[in-house]
Structure formats: C-alpha cells, structure tokens
Write a protein that binds this ligand. Structure first.
Ligand SMILES: Nc1nc2c(c(=O)[nH]1)N[C@H]1C(S)=C(S)[C@@H](COP(=O)(O)OP(=O)(O)OC[C@H]3O[C@@H](n4cnc5c(=O)[nH]c(N)nc54)[C@H](O)[C@@H]3O)O[C@H]1N2
Ligand SMILES: Nc1nc2c(c(=O)[nH]1)N[C@H]1C(S)=C(S)[C@@H](COP(=O)(O)OP(=O)(O)OC[C@H]3O[C@@H](n4cnc5c(=O)[nH]c(N)nc54)[C@H](O)[C@@H]3O)O[C@H]1N2
Ligand code: SF4
Ligand SMILES: [Mo]
Length: 754
C-alpha cells in the first residue's frame, strides 16, 4: 500500500511478545536496491490489537538494522567461529552429526528450543517436524522455565495441553490477577493486546481488578485492590479459596455439573487448608482470604488468572490446577466474562478428533537419564540439560541443536551449562545472534529478520481473548541467498534422516505434507481425498502451505469447498489487517479430550502433591525472598542489544524494601552482593541497589536475562551494560516435580554490602 511516492506501508504481526499486536511498518524504497524501515506504529485497522504497540514493537526497526545480528553462517575452524557459505555450513553438519549419532544412538542428540520459536511460524511448525524425525528423547525447551504447569494441568483436567482457559476480559466484572504483571509483560498464556485499556474499561463499567503479588506492580497500581503475599506461598492461598467455597456452601457448577468428576476428592484434599493456615504462609489476613472467595463466588462474571509467578514454584502445577478449580467451582469456567477456552481458526489441536472424549495427557513415558525426571508433553526439564551432557554413560548427550534459545542466561546455573556445551562433540545453533549460548556452537545458522518472513500466529490463536485470523506477508524481501528458517530446520531434518546435506527440500516438504494430508483425512474422513486437498494448497509453500491447510480444515475453514464461504489463507491475507471472528464462546463439554469424557477435577497426581504442601515449613521471619521482574524495555535475554531499548537508566538493579535496607545498613546506589549458603563466595553476584516500598518487606527483586559479560559473543551494545545473571542463584534441581518446571521465584537469599 502506498503512502508517499517511495514509501509503502506493510502489515506485520509483532513477533516479540504474546500480545501479537498488528503493526504498520513504513518502508522507503522497498523494491529498490536499499530498502529502509522508516518507522513502526500500531495498526488501527487491526480488529484484534486496535492500534496498540509498545516500545519493543518500535524496536523491530533496530532489530532489523542491528549490525550485530548475524546474516551469514558461522563455522568453527581452528577453534574459532568464522563466516562461511550456506553450503559449507550444511556440509560441515552433514559430515559431523550423522556419524556421531550412528555410533552413539539417537538419544545422543539433544534438541532445545526457546521462546522466539513460538513467535515464528516457520520455526514452530518445522521444529516439531525436526523433533519427530530426530527420534531422540532428549527434547527440552523454555516451557520448563515457564508455562509447563499450566499446560500440563489443562491437559490433566480437560484432556489437551492447549485447552487453556483465559480471562474473557471484555465481559468480566471481577478480574483477579495472581503472579502476573500484564501491564508490563503484555500478558502470557493469554493473548490480550492493550491489557491496560481493557483493564480500564473493566473498571469504568463498574468491574473490579484485584492483584495478588509480592510487589505492588504496575498492574497493581491500576487495580482496585492489591494483596501482597509471600513468594512461593500461593498454594496455601489457592487451596484455602477452594476450601472456603465448600465450607460456605458456595460451590456452583451450573451447566457443567454433569461433566465434573472428582469433587469429593477435591473437598477432602483441601480440607486441611484453612484460611488461618493460608494467613501464616502467605501473610494475607484470613478474613481477606475469605472475602476473596466470597467475592469470586458472588460476582456475576469473574475470573481468577494466574501466570508465571504461580508456575515457577515448587507447587506450580498444583497452583495452576487450583486456579482453574476456583473458576470451575464458582461457575465462571467456560462462561462469558469468566475463564473461557479460545477456539483457534487454525491449528486448534483441541478441536480435532471426536468431540467430548479423547486420549488425554500422560506423563512419564520416559525419564531423564541422570535425575529420573519424567517426560512431560514430550519434554524433559531444561534445567537438567547440563547434567545430561556432563554425565558419562549410555544415552549421554554428545551433540546439541539449539533453536532460538539462550539457556546459558535463561536457565538455572548457566555457568555449569556453558561448561557442558563446551564439552559437546558437536553443536548447531539456529539463532540470530552470537551470544552466551551460541558462542559454544560449531555451526551457527542465522535466522532471517522477522521483517523478511511471513507470519501467522500458530500458537497464540489458541490463547487469544477473542477469535481472529491474521496473516502478515514479508515486509521486506530477504537477501536472495538467505534461506528462511523453516528451510534451515528442514535441511537439518534431511541430514538426520540420512538424505544428506544437499537433499531436495521441496520434495521432502511435499512428502511431509502428503503425510499430514493423510493424517487429516484419518482424523476427519469427510474431507476430500488427498489429491483434491493438495491441489489448491500448492499456491503456497513451506509454513504458509501448512497454515492454509490448518485454516481450511479448522473450525471456520472452507474444507476445500465443502463449506463455500469458509476461510482460506488467501482470504485472510487479503484483509488489510486480519479478520475478527468474534468473542469467545462456551466450548464444554465438546472441548473435552479426557479418556473419561469428564472434567477431571481431581487428577490423582495433583491431589497427592497438594498434600505435600502441608510438610512445607512456615516461613522464617527474617528471611529474604528473591523474585524476578520484567521491564517494558527488555525481553528475556535477547533484546539488550537494541539501542532504542538499551537507552535510559541501568535496569539490572536489585530492588529492596527500605526497611530491609535499613536493617542491613545498606544505602541506595551502593553495590551489594547477593547469594546464598549453597554458593561459593566468588559466585555471589554484585549488583547496584535501589529501594522500593512497592515490594513486600522481606522480598528483593532482580530481573533475569542479564549477564552479557561473557567472552566470545558479538553483542556490542548489550556488553556495554552487561548486568548480572540472576539464574546463577537458581538451583538446577529445584523444580516442580510434576511438570519439571524450575523454581525461579521465592528463592531464599542473603544480601550484604561489598
Ligand atoms: N530467573 C528467571 N529466569 C527465566 C524467567 C524468569 O522469569 N526468571 N523467564 C523464563 C521464561 S518465561 C522464558 S520464555 C525463558 C526464555 O528463555 P529462552 O527461550 O532461552 O529465550 P531468550 O532468553 O529470550 O533467548 C532467545 C534466543 O533466541 C534468539 N532469537 C531471537 N529472535 C530469533 C529469531 O527470530 N530466530 C532465531 N532462530 N533465534 C532468535 C536470541 O538471539 C536468543 O538466543 O526464560 C526463562 N528464564
Ligand atoms: N517487557 C517484557 N515483556 C515480556 C517479557 C519480558 O521479558 N519483558 N517476557 C515475556 C515472557 S517469555 C513471558 S512468559 C511473560 C510473562 O508474563 P507475566 O506472567 O505477566 O510475568 P511477570 O511480569 O514476570 O509477572 C510475574 C509476577 O509474579 C510475581 N511473583 C513472583 N513470585 C511470586 C509468587 O511466588 N507468587 C505470586 N503470586 N506472584 C509472584 C512477580 O512479582 C511479578 O509481578 O512476559 C512476556 N512479556
Ligand atoms: S506489546 Fe509490544 S512487544 Fe508485545 S506484541 Fe505488542 S508491540 Fe510487540
Ligand atoms: Mo516465557
């Protein structure tokens, strides 16, 4: 679309966080020799994000232009990573990787995927293919630093790991936010662009926003009420809420009654969790706990939403379960204005197969070799990656493929992981930077700039507060010799499958599609035959072709002509800024995929684990508890190299309550050491101190993703203000045993002057 003589405007779905805002990217001289991004702004025409954007969206320009962003492959020669051609890079992989796996077996390969993989359709769709073809049990991702508890609990209760209930914020009257800060994070496991505006609208129609968090966060500042709790104690609060609902006879299952199984077991399990016990653990007065239960039960439309603060804890999965139980027992699950299940237009895994019953979710189909952690949704805990590499014996990981992840900073005990990566026989990284993790690779395969690829939100349609279908075409042409990331992954797959480094990718992609089409037809025998489906799909290739298939066979799809006005990718792509498909609608019981066909209110593993909370010691009065912190101009570990975000005050600062500082004789601005008894003196972190009375006394806060002072990286801007790595203080073994998710919050620490 032309806005000025040489400037054109292009739609792009922002790939930088889960809000998935639609943006306009203005480009000068797009088809000339030197196209240039002029500016980025929110797309008012986008029916889903309605013009919202944040500073990170603006930084897409910086990301595109960043001179440190890799544009050519790197291959390690004579101990040094050096620029190479694509052919050289893949030939090198083809030479080294297959022999290793032939000698040591498929499990000798580890695969690890990170957060950006979910934000690029080519990576997400083709990583899944790669993982299947690799045949290794050693699959890891950032999920076990994040949302695995939520997905597992949803799987156990409703039968699918993507049947996640999200707040229907636009119709809600009481929204309780626990362990999340959507005013800054822009929402997670809940795709809700412009949370602030929607929260304001909720309040101005007479609704209430309540935030429960150890810090009076930016979200809490907007709220009607903030309850401060001790980190790690949520299980006591949540179990007490459920108990209150029973003891005050407020359980209302409504329409869902006939489908709920296990209510008596729930009642028995929460019996010991009184409001008084919750008060002792959380610090929230018992009468406020009771009042909250009552408010949730009485509000006509209400939702309790919990996120990463509730997941990265010892009782993460139990917390996530109790949250959905509160919504279920108060009659707010699957009801407008409550916690509802999105139905994605494409890739809605939970719409496949016969409605109302399914295979459900099982865990522990295999276990990690060293610590014996169970597999969960196909993955092992990423915190255990280092020991799987370092511990000799059959099944040891000797080669690794990392895709869009920086676990040296984002996972516990990065120093140990760095040492492990250094000892690998072979490592490949698909990434856009030479950073703390990829510096250990033998081959780095750079992804393209997001502006050079098309995009459809494969995962986030399943988590959106409203239904939509949006596609963004490539904003800028990619350099002709730079393959898209799906082809990088597909070529790795070809190498692992014995087809060699110069396999015919188009043929392989056709073969894989053919398999998908056959699978689609088995799941849904009414679909046209495979050839009749393949023909119209052939206008697209790669991930776009898979999106077209998913849209056509999805709940709004044209079913290849069987439903004449149904969706196709061409139709979605024609809309200037995507299509609105309306508000969320009730989906139970058809959504259920549990073997029983019921909502499993009391999954046995969770009931058993809840009982263990009773063995937790009550908190010591003088302890300091460390929590994390997200800031608008930062994103996990990888956006610290972008000038527009890096400017301004130093962000990697330890926050402490003034009272705690006074008790230790500490002054704001001074450098302090933070650590704990489990760490050598040298491993304590040194970091500047700031005082904030928004924190609960006894709680200190430090953001994660910093520590850019390691040698061998190419991150000039980030290295100027490196910060320290919070995850050096975390334990590789502290995890929620049910989901394998690391404990990253509520860790006891000590702080002293240096
Ligand atoms: N203590 C503590 N630790 C945490 C958290 C916390 O709250 N506290 N949060 C956790 C959470 S929620 C998450 S999701 C994880 C995130 O941890 P990771 O998944 O490791 O993600 P990042 O640290 O963001 O690193 C992203 C990597 O992807 C690369 N990358 C960026 N864009 C692209 C691209 O387009 N293509 C490719 N191929 N690569 C790209 C970057 O260069 C970087 O190497 O961190 C976790 N770690
Ligand atoms: N600007 C920015 N946005 C981001 C990211 C980023 O790094 N920067 N990361 C993205 C990613 S990968 C994710 S997963 C999402 C996460 O999105 P959110 O889940 O909203 O994450 P946070 O902002 O870390 O909010 C977690 C809150 O939990 C609180 N908390 C800590 N411990 C506890 C506890 O024990 N109990 C309770 N109840 N609360 C606790 C913290 O004080 C914090 O306010 O954000 C995404 N968006
Ligand atoms: S909130 Fe910011 S980073 Fe997130 S999608 Fe929107 S513009 Fe991108
Ligand atoms: Mo995350």
């Amino acid at each position: 679309m032309s806005t000025a003589a040489s400037t054109s405007r292009h739609y792009r779905i922002c790939p930088l966080c889960e809000a998935c805002c639609g943006l306009w990217v203005d480009v000068a001289d797009r088809d000339g020799p030197t196209p240039r991004v002029v500016r980025v702004r929110g797309a008012d025409e986008d029916p889903f994000s309605r013009g919202y954007l944040c500073p990170k969206g603006v930084a897409l320009k910086d990301l595109h232009e960043d001179p440190d962003r890799l544009r050519t492959p790197l291959v390690r020669r004579d101990g040094r990573l050096q620029a190479a051609t694509w052919d050289e890079a893949f030939a090198h992989i083809g030479q080294h990787l297959p022999p290793l796996l032939q000698t040591h077996g498929a499990d000798a390969l580890g695969l690890v995927a990170g957060n950006p993989v979910v934000h690029k359709m080519g990576l997400l769709l083709y990583f899944a293919r790669l993982a299947r073809a690799a045949g290794t049990r050693n699959i890891f991702s950032a999920s076990t630093l994040d949302q695995m508890p939520k997905q597992l609990q949803s799987g156990l209760m409703f039968g699918h790991g993507f049947s996640v209930a999200v707040p229907d914020i636009d119709r809600c009257q009481l929204l309780v936010v626990l362990g999340a800060n959507p005013a800054v994070s822009h929402g997670s496991m809940w795709t809700v662009p412009d949370f602030r505006q929607r929260a304001k609208a909720l309040r101005s129609r007479g609704g209430r926003l309540v935030v429960i968090d150890p810090r009076r966060t930016e979200t809490a500042e907007m709220a009607d009420e903030h309850l401060s709790l001790r980190p790690g104690s949520d299980v006591f609060l949540l179990a007490a809420l459920v108990r209150e609902l029973f003891t005050t006879d407020r359980v209302r299952l409504g329409r869902l009654g006939p489908w709920v199984q296990g209510l008596d077991a729930v009642r028995a399990a929460v019996e010991p969790f009184t409001a008084a016990l919750a008060e002792r653990h959380t610090g929230i007065p018992a009468d406020q706990v009771r009042a909250l239960a009552q408010a949730l039960a009485q509000a006509p439309q209400a939702c309790l939403y919990g996120r990463i603060g509730t997941c990265t804890q010892r009782f993460g999965t139990v917390n996530s379960w109790l949250i959905d139980l509160v919504n279920l027992l108060t009659g707010h699950l699957d009801e407008p204005g409550g916690a509802m299940f999105p139905q994605a237009a494409a890739f809605a895994a939970n719409t496949q197969g016969p409605p109302g019953r399914g295979r459900g979710v099982r865990t522990g189909r295999h276990h990690s070799r060293v610590s014996g952690a169970p597999e969960v949704l196909g993955e092992l805990p990423v915190s255990l990656l280092a020991e799987e590499i370092l511990t000799p014996g059959p099944g040891q990981i000797r080669a690794l493929i990392s895709v869009g992840t920086n676990p040296v900073l984002s996972a516990p005990r990065g120093a140990q992981l760095a040492q492990a990566l250094e000892g690998l026989d072979f490592m490949v990284s698909v990434d856009i930077y030479l950073n703390e993790t990829t510096r250990h690779a033998d081959v780095v395969l750079p992804g393209r700039s997001p502006l050079e690829d098309g995009h459809y939100d494969v995962a986030f349609g399943q988590l959106s507060h409203r239904h939509h279908a949006r596609y963004s075409a490539p904003v800028l042409p990619a350099p002709t010799d730079h393959p898209p990331e799906w082809q990088l992954l597909l070529r790795l797959q070809a190498i692992l499958s014995g087809l060699g480094a110069d396999a015919d990718l188009a043929a392989l992609d056709d073969q894989l599609l053919d398999k998908d089409l056959r699978g689609a037809r088995v799941a849904d025998p009414q679909l046209p035959d495979v050839a009749a489906m393949a023909r119209p799909l052939s206008t697209w290739s790669g991930p776009e072709r898979l999106v077209d298939l998913a849209l056509r066979t999805g709940p709004w799809g044209d079913r290849f002509g069987q439903r004449p006005h149904g969706l196709t990718l061409a139709q979605v792509a024609q809309a200037p800024a995507g299509l609105d498909l309306g508000p969320l609608t009730p989906r139970l019981p058809a959504l259920l995929r549990t073997p029983s066909g019921a909502i499993e209110a009391a999954p046995p593993s969770l009931v058993d684990d809840l009982a263990l909370a009773l063995t937790q010691p009550e908190p010591a009065a003088d302890a300091l508890w460390l929590v994390g912190r997200r800031e608008v101009r930062s994103n996990n570990s990888w956006m610290h190299n972008l000038p527009v975000l890096a400017k301004g005050p130093v962000r990697c600062v330890l926050w402490m309550h003034p009272q705690d500082a006074a008790a230790r004789g500490l002054q704001p601005g001074q450098t302090v050491a933070i650590g704990h008894g489990g760490l050598d003196e040298q491993a304590w972190l040194q970091v500047p101190l700031a005082l904030h009375d928004a924190l609960r006394p006894g709680v200190v806060s430090l953001p994660h993703g910093w520590g850019h002072d390691l040698p061998g990286t190419q991150l000039a801007t980030a290295a100027r203000r490196p910060g320290v790595n919070l995850n050096a203080l975390m334990s590789a073994q502290a995890r929620d045993p049910i989901s394998g998710t690391s404990v990253l919050s509520g860790v006891p620490v000590r702080v002293r002057a240096v």
